[in-house]
Ligand binder design. Structure first.
Ligand SMILES: Nc1ncnc2c1ncn2[C@@H]1O[C@H](COP(=O)(O)OP(=O)(O)OP(=O)(O)O)[C@@H](O)[C@H]1O
Length: 369
């Protein structure tokens, strides 16, 4: 039985793609072409089959083809265990992105229950060096893949926190109103924290079980100040006790919105941020593969988007990555500028070449690189 995968992808007026139609059989997909030929744009389109702003964190208005201004559309046929699902997502100019699943209007959060999409992009190369926000987002995408209710909990937490922040800024003394919002924050925030802890436990267990060429990481959720209270009641109490301090700051200072992801290369005992550039990349690949393994054990294997990953690995690790992706039976979309980067994949993958012609991306299916 093949793993969950895209069977067909159709793009209309999406970034540099005027019109593209691609058929897939579930094998990894390798895509090569010169800089600016539209490879990342294709991966970005696939990332829009999950909730949120995709792998570039772009708004709906940014991704329509500039020359056209008619709106954009992505349609995909998904082969899932025992079923085929048709997904469409699109936006007309000036409108928000809409989603349809099997012809019926759906929410973006519904996408999280169809097929998990995980990605590594060059912008993450500095993930361990820059601010906590990127690491928190990386952690939350892993959570969303394993716990589809994570998106709802995030939205509920943020909505209550925004309202509490408004009260704090206005200097409100309405204890009843604070109490209601703090109880919502405590409820959603505790769910977020539990999902995060459970996600890290699952990733580490998946790493420990796997025979892999990539380094295992010891992972933890950490906070800049106090750790998160361990229960909903204690969290609500901490929020209540922190009202004066938060009022002085004009915002909620403590909570899961301040969480950071801490990673240490287990065998070396070295923090991710102190590893070499290539080692940091290897740690990220390791986490994505662990996430894929954790999902695969539940029969919900993800689609992987690995943008320019191959070029940054040494030949031994590159071959290991291909072996692991193929061993797991994953549909991984991988990009690079040179076909030679994919030579070790041989007949185990499908291949496309991207080129820019007349201001638009042309995709041509190839046999072997
Ligand atoms: N909204 C848009 N409309 C039309 N073209 C766009 C739009 N957004 C980006 N592009 C074009 O897409 C091209 C970039 O494509 P993409 O990032 O997919 O390239 P790539 O093949 O991944 O390149 P690299 O190897 O450099 O990463 C650029 O030429 C850019 O101008």
């Amino acid at each position: 039985m093949s793993r969950p995968h895209l069977q067909h992808l159709a793009l209309s007026q999406f970034r540099s793609h005027a019109r593209a139609r691609l058929d897939f059989d579930g094998r990894p997909v390798a895509l090569w072409g010169p800089n600016g030929s539209g490879k990342t744009n294709l991966l970005e389109a696939v990332s829009f089959l999950s909730p949120g702003r995709g792998l570039r964190r772009a708004g709906a208005e940014e991704v329509g083809r500039r020359a056209e201004g008619v709106g954009w559309k992505i349609a995909a046929r998904l082969e899932l265990p025992g079923t085929i699902r048709e997904v469409e997502t699109q936006a007309l100019p000036g409108e928000a992105r809409s989603v349809r699943i099997d012809g019926k209007a759906a929410s973006q959060l519904d996408l999280a229950r169809l097929i998990p999409v995980l990605w590594l992009v060059p912008a993450m190369d500095r993930l361990w060096l820059e601010g906590a926000e990127g690491r928190r987002r990386f952690l939350d995408r892993a959570c969303l893949s394993l716990f589809p209710d994570h998106g709802e909990a995030s939205l509920a937490y943020e909505k209550a926190m925004r309202e509490r922040n408004r009260l704090l800024k206005d200097g409100s003394r309405d204890a009843h109103w604070y109490g209601a919002l703090e109880s919502q924050m405590a409820q959603a925030g505790t769910r977020l924290a539990r999902n995060r802890d459970a996600t890290l436990a699952r990733l580490m267990a998946a790493q420990a079980r796997a025979e892999t060429a990539f380094p295992a990481a010891t992972l933890a959720v950490v906070y800049p100040e106090d750790p998160l209270p361990p229960s909903e009641d204690l969290f609500a109490l901490a929020l209540e006790r922190g009202r004066w301090r938060d009022m002085a700051a004009g915002r909620s200072l403590a909570g899961p919105h301040r969480a950071d992801l801490d990673a240490v290369w287990t065998a070396k005992g070295v923090a991710a941020r102190d590893c070499s550039t290539g080692e940091q990349k290897a740690l990220l690949v390791s986490l994505i593969l662990a996430n894929a393994r954790a999902l695969e054990e539940e029969g919900t294997a993800p689609v992987l988007l690995l943008d320019e990953v191959a070029a940054h690995l040494d030949p031994g690790r590159r071959a290991a990555l291909y072996d692991e992706v193929c061993g797991l039976g994953l549909q991984a979309f991988m990009t690079g500028t040179e076909p030679a980067l994919f030579a070790e994949l041989g007949a185990r993958a499908q291949y496309w070449e991207a080129a820019e012609e007349g201001g638009a991306t042309q995709l041509t299916e190839r046999s072997l690189p």
